[in-house]
Design a protein around this ligand. Structure first.
Ligand code: S3P
Length: 460
């Protein structure tokens, strides 16, 4: 390992509300130096959202450390405040005074969700079993994303919805009290849909059941149990069956949020690709429902060592030492997709530099993320000189065998208000001759405000 640097403290940004800066902020990312030393990624986004929501549904004070202070989680915090909870930061700790299950208040104005699909879908679920009416609005990206996937099951529970054409935001909903418990088999592998139904089940008399043909991230199950709800998880006929016992009483908790593997992913790929890199990424959550990228990168030949394995906030965590390695193309098993669904954009960057062909399939869900990530990444990587073929449900990428890509010349890469496209193409820029220009770095603040600062520092 290169000269040992001290762990870098995360910078705290003003992340309340949408971007402070009104104008697009382009930047060219270019090859500079290997990534060395150590860094700590910010708190897990999924766990941060749930910490605020569940804290707001408990009676008493929940204390959270390591909360991700990105715009998405701040949108959740603002919404919970608008419905009666106190959510404040004191020193390094967030304190949440909850209203209790069934205690959400009617918000005075629209709930502004910004770019955050997780806030929107999970909050729609929470509100579905409360007798309140709420309006949801979001940015241009969120306003294109499908909400029918939560509206269908929650309508069956009794909630009513008026959406924009196409079942999108802006939408207005009225929750049902009492709501009716349902048994629902997920038609798409989606932790957001599963969680929305589970949260609606909290204030519903009886047992609400969700059946998952394919397991997705299980933070809601783990955390609801941690807060004292009765959640039974079993396997029946090869499917995961989750039963939430309704009218739960949640007890306040102390939560330490582990580092976000989806944020660590950018550094894992960068250190793997850039010769001479030897980077320690500390405190990375490695819940098996989230850690697919580590396995896939290893299958491609990456050198990722797990040290200091431990448990943080009820989740497995380790430090990851990542050293440069030559990567080879592989066929990515579609069964791993749910455990790395947010990491495909940066995996495509790794594939573009690998030796040989990488084939990905079964990724239809990527078309309905913050952007159509298959199309956005195919276009952006092609513009940077990679050889990419877009199929209906994946990308086929012929890697450069470690040769730097050309980079973008002329027009910048369009990130479509998608933080993960911006960060993935920033990493791509580090392995090009000319660099890659991103049209706008502001969306990065939705999930990882300190990304650029940490990247710049890891390369010095
Ligand atoms: C999330 C679930 C995933 C993921 C998103 C966060 C969650 O979405 O892409 O970033 O916290 O439950 P889907 O449920 O739509 O797959």
């Amino acid at each position: 390992m290169g000269a040992v640097k001290e762990p870098r403290a995360l910078q705290i940004f003003n992340t309340v509300g949408s971007s402070v800066n009104e104008n697009p902020t382009p930047r060219r990312f270019t090859a500079t130096a290997p990534l060395t030393g150590r860094l700590r990624v910010p708190g897990d986004k999924s766990i941060s959202h749930r910490s605020v929501m569940l804290g707001a549904m408990a009676v008493g004070e929940t204390r959270v450390t390591g909360l991700l202070e990105g715009e998405d989680v701040m949108a959740t915090a603002a919404a919970m405040r608008a419905m009666g909870a106190h959510v404040e930061k004191t020193g390094a700790e967030w304190r949440i005074h909850g209203v209790g299950v069934g205690g959400l208040l009617q918000p005075d104005s629209a709930l502004e969700m910004g770019n955050s699909g997780t806030s929107t879908r999970l909050l729609i679920g929470l509100i579905a079993s409360h007798a309140i009416t709420a309006n949801f609005t979001g940015d241009a990206s969120l306003s294109k994303r499908p909400m029918g996937r939560v509206i269908d099951p929650l309508s069956a529970m009794g909630a009513t919805f008026t959406t924009s054409p196409g079942g999108t935001l802006p939408l207005m909903m009225t929750g049902a009290e009492p709501a009716v418990p349902i048994s629902y088999q997920l038609p798409v592998a989606s932790a957001q849909v599963k969680s929305a139904i589970m949260l609606a089940g909290l204030n519903t008399l009886g047992i609400t059941t969700v059946i998952e043909p394919v397991p997705t991230r299980d933070h809601s199950e783990r955390m609801l149990r941690g807060f004292g709800a009765q959640v039974d998880v079993g396997e029946e006929a090869g499917e995961r069956v989750i039963r939430v016992h309704g009218q739960a009483e949640l007890t306040p908790q102390r939560i330490e949020v582990p580092g976000d593997p989806s944020s660590a992913a950018f550094f894992m790929v960068a250190a793997s690709l850039i010769e001479g890199s030897d980077l320690l990424i500390e405190n990375v959550g490695l819940n098996p429902t989230r850690a697919g990228l580590v396995e896939v990168l290893r299958e491609m030949g990456a050198n990722i060592e797990e040290t200091n394995a431990r448990e943080v906030g009820g989740e497995p965590v380790a430090d990851l030492r990542v050293r440069h390695a030559e990567l080879r193309g592989i066929d990515v098993d579609p069964a791993v997709a749910p455990s790395m669904i947010d990491e495909f954009p940066v995996l495509f960057v790794a594939a573009a530099l690998a030796n040989g062909r990488t084939v990905t399939r079964g990724l239809d869900e990527l078309r309905v993320k913050e952007s159509d990530r298959l199309s956005a990444m195919a276009t952006a990587l092609t513009a940077a000189g990679a050889r990419v073929e877009e199929t209906a449900d994946g990308l086929i990428i012929d890697g450069s065998g470690g040769e730097p890509l050309r980079g973008t010349i002329g027009a910048p890469v369009i990130t479509h208000l998608d933080h993960r496209i911006a960060m993935s193409m920033a990493i791509a820029g580090l392995v090009t001759k000319e660099g890659v220009e991103i049209d706008d770095t502001r969306p990065i603040a939705t999930s990882f405000p300190a990304f650029e600062a940490l990247l710049d520092e890891a390369m010095t």
